[in-house]
Design a protein around this ligand. Structure first.
Ligand code: PGA
Length: 253
């Protein structure tokens, strides 16, 4: 059995409004500390806050971009290329978040192109997937996740640089967290998609995070699930108590 080091991501989305509020979080987390040998921590800041975050966070916090372009350099106003992120010293990018998919119309094909560019640039990817409420209610959760994963398989050349974040859309920002059973079942199904479409080794070694209303109160039960390897945290990552989640994940190792 391959050991999978837990990984916890903070997804700040379009927050905080002020750079000074970023600095408050950075200062409080730098002081709290964690053992990077036991748990990996990645913080997704807005594009305009990335450089500040990278210069002020203790280096054991890895800073991520929340998106990258599906193109290379050129006449693509407003886009940030994957290679610009690596040039800035970043190691990570979040791709395929449900808000990109459902609020900005990104398709599975767009997301596959972005993952291809990230892989070419050597970036590690937090690759988000997950079903809408109506898809879950129609019994299509596993089918949706399978389609989303299979859409990117041909673009991935290095699976050690891919972490999958299973985030049921109905649980994101709603306070309605998936049950332990729902989360474990979906994670096991995603792992089977990897086994069937990539390899048994990749299925065993790829880390799969759960995301959707994760908090210091519910993370302890979820992290006990055999196929849950960490979390992607939105709302609760804008509070100093995000470090409680890290502490609980670390204690579970
Ligand atoms: P949430 O967001 O923790 O606020 O539900 C998670 C995410 O969008 O990644």
């Amino acid at each position: 059995m391959v050991a999978r080091k837990p990984i916890v991501g903070a997804n700040w989305k379009s927050n905080p409004a002020k750079l000074s509020a970023c600095d408050d979080l950075i200062n409080s987390w730098n002081g709290a500390g964690f053992d990077e040998g036991k748990v990996e921590v990645v913080v997704g800041a807005t594009a305009v806050h990335i450089a500040n975050a990278k210069s002020k966070f203790d280096p054991k916090f890895k800073v991520a971009a929340q998106n990258c372009s599906k193109t290379g350099e050129g006449a693509f106003t407003g886009e940030i290329t994957a290679s610009m992120l690596t040039d800035l010293g970043l190691e990570w990018v979040i791709i395929g978040h449900s808000e990109r998919r459902h609020k900005f119309g990104e398709s599975n094909e767009d997301i596959a192109e972005k993952i291809g560019k990230a892989q070419e640039a050597g970036l590690k990817v937090l690759f988000c997937i997950g079903e809408l409420l109506e898809e879950r209610e129609a019994g299509k959760t596993n089918e949706v996740c399978e389609t989303q994963v299979k859409a990117v398989v041909s673009k991935v050349t290095d699976w050690s640089k891919i972490v999958i974040a299973y985030e049921p859309v109905w649980a994101i920002g709603t306070g309605v967290v998936a049950t332990v059973e729902q989360a474990q079942e979906a994670h096991a199904a995603v792992r089977k998609v990897l086994a069937d479409n990539v390899s048994a080794e990749v299925a065993a070694s790829t880390r799969i995070q759960y995301g959707g209303s994760v908090s210091p109160d519910n993370c302890e039960e979820l992290i006990k699930c055999p196929d849950i390897d960490g979390f992607l945290v939105g709302g609760a990552s804008l509070k100093p108590t995000f470090m409680d989640i890290i502490g609980k994940v670390q204690a579970s190792c």
